[in-house]
Ligand binder design. Structure first.
Ligand code: ZN
Length: 184
């Protein structure tokens, strides 16, 4: 009985390959993304949270900044928190090493870090819902964003680091953060 089942499965899978194999896209039909004329240079690296709710907004923000095809992207849960948590130094180490490699590969000169409000990773690390007090939430993000910037510039002092926080409640979605004063 078992042998029969195996034989049946083999026949079915062979038929499927024959039937659907022809419908697979050919290599020449695959759409290749446009590569800018200057070649493989990406002067920006974006560090953002991997939160699925933000994919479109983050991409839209980068495109609106004129950075389409000009940035590499690393997503870590918590963004700044991902490279500023003593309990997860491996994340920080991996990020710094990847950053070093991208700097060599793509002539990287700028890092943009986008944190966002209502970030589950922050709640996880703090062990409570930090969004209950919006002022405290911003204060916590500011602390980790500034600290993340220091962690990057300790190793790569030549890189500019821009700090942003995305508010998914607001219609414009992005609040720019230059200084501590502007994030209060
Ligand atoms: Zn998040």
């Amino acid at each position: 009985m078992k042998l029969l089942q195996i034989l049946l499965l083999f026949i079915l899978s062979t038929v499927s390959i024959i039937a659907y194999g022809a419908k697979l896209p050919r290599a020449e039909d695959v759409i290749v993304p446009t590569i800018p004329a200057q070649g493989y240079e990406a002067p920006y690296l974006l560090l953002n949270c991997g939160d699925f709710r933000l994919r479109y907004e983050v991409e839209k923000f980068m495109v609106n900044r004129g950075l389409l095809n000009k940035y590499d992207d690393i997503a870590l849960p918590g963004a700044a928190m991902g490279i500023d948590n003593p309990k997860m130094l491996e994340w920080q180490q991996t990020f710094i090493e990847a950053l070093g490699a991208l700097k060599k590969l793509h002539k990287l000169k700028n890092v943009i870090i986008i944190d966002h409000k209502d970030c589950g990773m922050y709640n996880l690390v703090y062990g409570r819902d930090i969004t209950k007090d919006p002022k405290e939430e911003l204060k916590i993000h500011r602390k980790h964003l500034l600290s993340a910037k220091k962690n990057i510039q300790k190793v790569h002092p030549d890189l500019k680091v821009e700090l942003l926080i995305m508010d998914i409640q607001n219609s414009d979605h992005v609040v720019k953060v230059h200084t501590i004063d502007k994030l209060s």
